[in-house]
Design a protein around this ligand. Structure first.
Ligand SMILES: Nc1nc2c(c(=O)[nH]1)N[C@H]1C(S)=C(S)[C@@H](COP(=O)(O)OP(=O)(O)OC[C@H]3O[C@@H](n4cnc5c(=O)[nH]c(N)nc54)[C@H](O)[C@@H]3O)O[C@H]1N2
Ligand SMILES: Nc1nc2c(c(=O)[nH]1)N[C@H]1C(S)=C(S)[C@@H](COP(=O)(O)OP(=O)(O)OC[C@H]3O[C@@H](n4cnc5c(=O)[nH]c(N)nc54)[C@H](O)[C@@H]3O)O[C@H]1N2
Ligand code: SF4
Ligand SMILES: [Mo]
Length: 687
C-alpha cells in the first residue's frame, strides 16, 4: 500500500521576483508529486506559474547529473567519465593553486548567478572568493541598470506594496515587462483591480500576453521610454495635472523640470517613440486625471544602453502628479532594500580587498578572449568555478563566450543540475542538488516576505549542495572560516539572529516574515530615502561613477542606443519566454512542447516586404553573427521591430548559435548593465 502523501511547505528558488510560497506533495523520501501555490503568503496567494507546477518533471528528469565527471574528449565534446568527489575537488583545488602560482590570485574567477536565489547556496561562493583574493564580481546581467535608474530618483530599492492595487488603484500601468510570462502574480493583483473597474495600461514594444489584456497598449520603439515619460510629464505640467504643493514639499527641482519639459512635447516624443501624438495625449490625460495611479516598473525596459535614464524618467511620473500620496498610488520596482539582513557570515564581506579587480559578469566573452580593458589590464582568467548560471546561453556576445570557454589554457569546473551548454565546455562537472534537496532562505523582490525552506527529499545520487562544495574546496585551499564548519541551516539561523529577524524555525513555522512597511513609509510621506529626503528629478549620477557625465541632468531621451540604420533596419527584442526561466526549464518536456521552436515575431507589413509568411525561415544578423529562426507575423508592434522570445539552447538554432550571438556586451550607461533588448539587426529571407 502507498504511504499517505505529505504536503510540505517550500519556496520557489528561481530567479523570479515572485518568490512564490509553495506546497509540495512529498511522495516518499526521494520523490515529489504536484507542486501548488500556498495561500500562506498573501502576495503570491496560491498562484504559481505552470512551469513550476510541473516541477516533478525537472527534479526527477532522467538527465539530472548524478556523479562528478571529468572530461575525456576534446573541450566542448561532451565526453566525460565518472570520477569520485575527492578526485574532483582535489583537482579543482590544484588547478586554482596552479593558476594562482602562474598569474596571481586574480587569474581565478568564481562565476555565479541566481539559478537559485537562496542566500546561503547562492552567495557562499563570494566568501571563498574574498578569502583567496580571486577576481571580484561586478554583477551586471540583470538589475544593474534598473537598480541604478530607480535609486537615482527614489533613493532606495523599495516602493509601494503591490497588494494595495487590488482594492485601491484606479489605474495600473505595467511598464516594460510582461508579467504574464515572467511574474504571474503581478497579473493576479492587476486583474483584481481591473475587476473593480481600474484601467490597465501596458507599455511594451510588442503585443505580449500582458498587453493583450490591457485597456491601452503603448507599443513604443525599444529604448525610447524616456521620451514617452517626458512627453507625458510635459502634458501633466501644461494641462494642470501637476500637484504643485506635493512637488514643493517632496521633490528637488520642480521648476527646473517644468521648464526643461516645455520642449519635450508629444510631437517630439512621437518622432522618437513611434507612437502617435493622440496615443501619448490619451495616456498622459488618463494618468493625470487619476490620482490613484500605480506604475509597476519592470526590468525589461531597462535592458538598453539608456535603460537607467529611462527607468529614472518613468519614476518621475508619480512625483509630478503626487500619486505617491494615495493608497494604491505610486510605483514599485523591487523591494529587496526592505530586509534588515546582515550577510557577512554568508559572503565574508569583511574579507573584501578593494584592490582586487572586479570583473564584469556580462563581459565574459571579452574577458575570456583577452580584451585588455575588460581584464582591467591585469592577468588573464585561467581558472573558473561556475555555480547557478549558464553563461554559454545567457551571456551577450555568445561567439566570444564560446571561444573563451573552449580555450585550452582555461580550467573550467561547472557545478550544475544538468549538462548545460556551459557544463559541456567544462573540464570537470559536479552534480548539484535542487531546492527540494537542500535548506535555504529567500528574500523577494516583488513582495516583502522573507521565507525559509527545508530540504524535503534526499539528494539524488551523489548530488551535493553549493555550500558543501565551497566548504570542501576551502578546506583544500587552506581557507578557514567558521561558516565552513556550519550546516546551511546553522548559517541561516545565525544570520537571522544577528539581523534581528525571526529565527529559521520560527520563520518556517509561520510561513514567512512580512517586512511590509507602514503606509507613511511605504509611500515616502516621511521623505524619500535620498540624502535630502526629496525625490530627485536631478539625480546624483556622479555618485554612480562610470560614464556619469554623459547622463541627462533632468529626465530625457538619452540618444545612445544601437539605432536602426540602413544596414541594420530592425531593432531586436530578445524577450523572456513563458515556460522557460532564462535557460532553465529548456530541458523539461512540458516547456519544450509549449514553446515549440525559436520564432521571430514580425509586423505583417514587414513580413510582406520581406516576402515571408508564417513558418518561413529568416536569418537575423548583425556585425556579431546571425541566427536562423521561423517567422510568425503579429500585429500590435511597430514596423522595424523583431521579437524573439526565449533563451533557447543554442542547438535549437541551425547554426548552433543562440539569440545572444546578436546581443552586445557593451555596458549600459552610466555604470554598466547588460543591454539584451538594444540591438540593431538585419532580417533576410532564407530560401
Ligand atoms: N517565464 C519566465 N519568467 C521569468 C524569466 C524568464 O526568462 N521566463 N526571467 C526571470 C528574470 S531573470 C527576470 S530579471 C525577470 C524579469 O521580469 P520583468 O521585470 O517582469 O521584465 P520582463 O518581463 O523580463 O520584461 C520583458 C518585456 O520588456 C519589454 N521590453 C523590452 N525592451 C523594452 C523597452 O525598451 N521598453 C519597454 N517599454 N519595454 C521593453 C519586452 O518586450 C518584454 O515584453 O523575470 C523572471 N521571470
Ligand atoms: N537574450 C536574453 N538573454 C538574457 C536575458 C534576456 O531577457 N534575454 N535575461 C538575462 C537575465 S535578466 C538574467 S538574470 C540571466 C540569467 O541567466 P542564468 O543565471 O544563467 O539563469 P538560468 O539560465 O536560469 O541558469 C541558472 C542555472 O543554475 C542552475 N542551478 C539552479 N539551482 C542551482 C543550485 O542550487 N546549484 C547549482 N550549482 N546550480 C543551480 C540551473 O540548473 C541553471 O542551469 O540571463 C540573461 N540573459
Ligand atoms: S512565478 Fe516565479 S517564483 Fe512563482 S513559481 Fe513561477 S518561477 Fe517560481
Ligand atoms: Mo534577471
Amino acid at each position: 500500500m502507498n504511504a499517505p502523501l505529505r504536503i510540505a511547505p517550500s519556496v520557489c528558488p528561481h530567479d523570479c521576483t515572485s518568490t512564490c510560497a509553495l506546497e509540495i506533495e512529498v511522495r516518499d523520501a526521494k520523490h515529489i508529486g504536484r507542486v501548488r501555490g500556498s495561500t500562506r503568503n498573501t502576495y503570491t496567494n496560491g498562484v504559481i506559474c505552470e512551469k513550476v507546477a510541473r516541477y516533478a518533471e525537472r527534479v526527477h528528469h532522467p538527465d539530472r547529473l548524478q556523479h562528478p565527471l571529468k572530461r575525456s574528449g576534446p573541450k566542448g565534446s561532451g565526453q566525460f567519465t565518472r570520477i569520485s568527489w575527492d578526485e574532483a575537488l582535489d583537482t579543482v583545488a590544484e588547478q586554482f593553486q596552479r593558476a594562482t602560482a602562474k598569474h596571481g590570485s586574480e587569474a581565478v574567477w568564481p562565476y555565479f548567478y541566481a539559478g537559485t536565489m537562496g542566500l546561503v547556496q547562492r552567495d557562499g561562493i563570494n566568501r571563498l572568493r574574498h578569502q583567496m583574493k580571486y577576481s571580484r564580481w561586478y554583477s551586471t546581467i540583470c538589475v544593474a541598470l534598473s537598480d541604478t535608474g530607480w535609486a537615482a530618483g527614489v533613493g532606495g530599492k523599495r516602493g509601494v506594496d503591490l497588494r494595495e492595487i487590488d482594492e485601491h488603484s484606479d489605474l495600473v500601468v505595467i511598464w516594460g515587462g510582461n508579467p504574464v510570462n515572467t511574474q504571474v502574480n503581478v497579473m493576479t493583483h492587476a486583474m483584481a483591480a481591473r475587476k473593480r473597474g481600474a484601467k490597465l495600461v501596458v507599455v511594451d514594444p510588442y503585443r505580449t500576453g500582458t498587453a493583450a489584456q490591457a485597456d491601452m497598449h503603448l507599443a513604443v520603439r525599444p529604448g525610447t521610454d524616456g521620451a514617452l515619460a517626458c512627453a507625458v510629464m510635459h502634458v501633466l505640467f501644461a494641462e494642470g495635472y501637476a500637484d504643485w504643493p506635493y512637488l514643493r514639499k517632496y521633490t528637488d527641482a520642480p521648476d527646473e523640470l517644468a521648464a526643461h519639459l516645455a520642449s519635450r512635447t508629444p510631437q517630439w516624443a512621437a518622432g522618437i517613440t513611434g507612437l502617435t501624438v493622440e496615443e501619448i495625449l490619451a495616456f498622459a490625460r488618463l494618468y493625470g486625471a487619476t490620482k490613484k495611479s500605480f506604475i509597476r516598473c519592470h526590468h525589461g525596459f531597462s535592458r538598453s544602453r539608456n535603460g537607467a535614464a529611462n527607468m529614472h524618467a518613468v519614476t518621475c511620473l508619480p512625483a509630478v502628479t503626487g500619486a505617491w500620496q494615495y493608497p494604491g498610488g505610486g510605483a514599485v520596482y523591487g523591494q529587496t532594500g526592505m530586509y534588515p539582513l546582515q550577510r557577512e557570515l554568508i559572503e565574508g564581506s569583511e574579507l573584501i580587498d578593494p584592490s582586487i579587480r572586479a570583473l564584469d559578469q556580462s563581459r565574459l566573452g571579452p574577458i575570456l578572449t583577452g580584451d585588455p580593458e575588460a581584464l582591467h589590464h591585469g592577468p588573464p582568467v585561467t581558472a573558473m568555478i561556475v555555480q547557478n548560471t549558464n553563461p554559454a546561453m545567457v551571456c551577450p556576445e555568445l561567439q566570444l563566450v564560446h571561444k573563451g570557454l573552449a580555450r585550452e589554457d582555461l580550467f573550467l569546473c561547472v557545478h550544475e543540475q544538468f549538462m548545460t551548454e556551459t557544463a559541456a565546455f567544462a573540464d570537470l562537472v559536479l552534480p548539484a542538488t535542487t531546492f527540494l534537496e537542500h535548506d535555504d532562505m529567500y528574500t523577494a523582490s516583488g513582495h516583502t516576505y522573507f521565507q525559509v525552506a527545508r530540504a524535503l527529499i534526499e539528494p539524488l545520487a551523489e548530488c551535493r549542495e553549493n555550500h558543501w562544495v565551497i566548504a570542501q574546496l576551502a578546506r583544500r585551499l587552506g581557507a578557514r572560516h567558521r561558516a565552513y564548519d556550519m550546516s546551511a541551516w546553522e548559517i541561516m539561523d545565525e544570520v537571522l539572529r544577528v539581523s534581528g529577524m525571526w529565527d529559521a524555525q520560527k520563520n518556517l513555522d509561520a510561513g514567512g516574515q512580512d517586512f511590509a512597511l507602514p503606509f507613511e513609509q511605504a509611500h515616502f510621506l516621511d521623505g524619500f530615502p535620498t540624502p535630502e529626503g526629496r525625490f530627485r528629478f536631478k539625480p546624483d549620477w556622479k555618485s554612480c561613477g562610470g560614464r556619469w557625465q554623459e547622463m541627462p541632468v533632468l529626465p530625457d531621451h538619452m540618444d545612445v542606443i544601437d539605432k536602426a540604420c540602413e544596414a541594420r533596419p530592425y531593432r531586436l527584442v530578445a524577450a523572456p519566454a513563458r515556460t522557460f526561466l532564462n535557460s532553465t526549464f529548456t530541458e523539461t518536456p512540458g516547456s519544450l512542447a509549449r514553446e515549440k521552436r525559436p520564432t521571430a515575431l514580425l509586423h505583417p507589413e514587414d513580413c510582406a516586404a520581406l516576402g515571408v509568411a508564417e513558418g518561413d525561415r529568416v536569418q537575423i544578423g548583425n556585425e556579431r553573427g546571425a541566427v536562423l529562426v521561423h517567422v510568425r507575423p503579429q500585429g500590435g508592434q511597430q514596423r522595424g521591430v523583431v521579437v524573439v522570445e526565449g533563451i533557447w539552447p543554442n542547438r535549437h538554432f541551425e547554426n548552433g548559435m543562440g539569440i545572444n550571438a546578436l546581443t552586445s556586451a557593451e555596458p549600459g550607461w552610466p555604470n554598466g548593465g547588460a543591454v539584451f533588448h538594444d540591438t540593431a539587426v538585419w532580417v533576410k529571407r532564407c530560401d
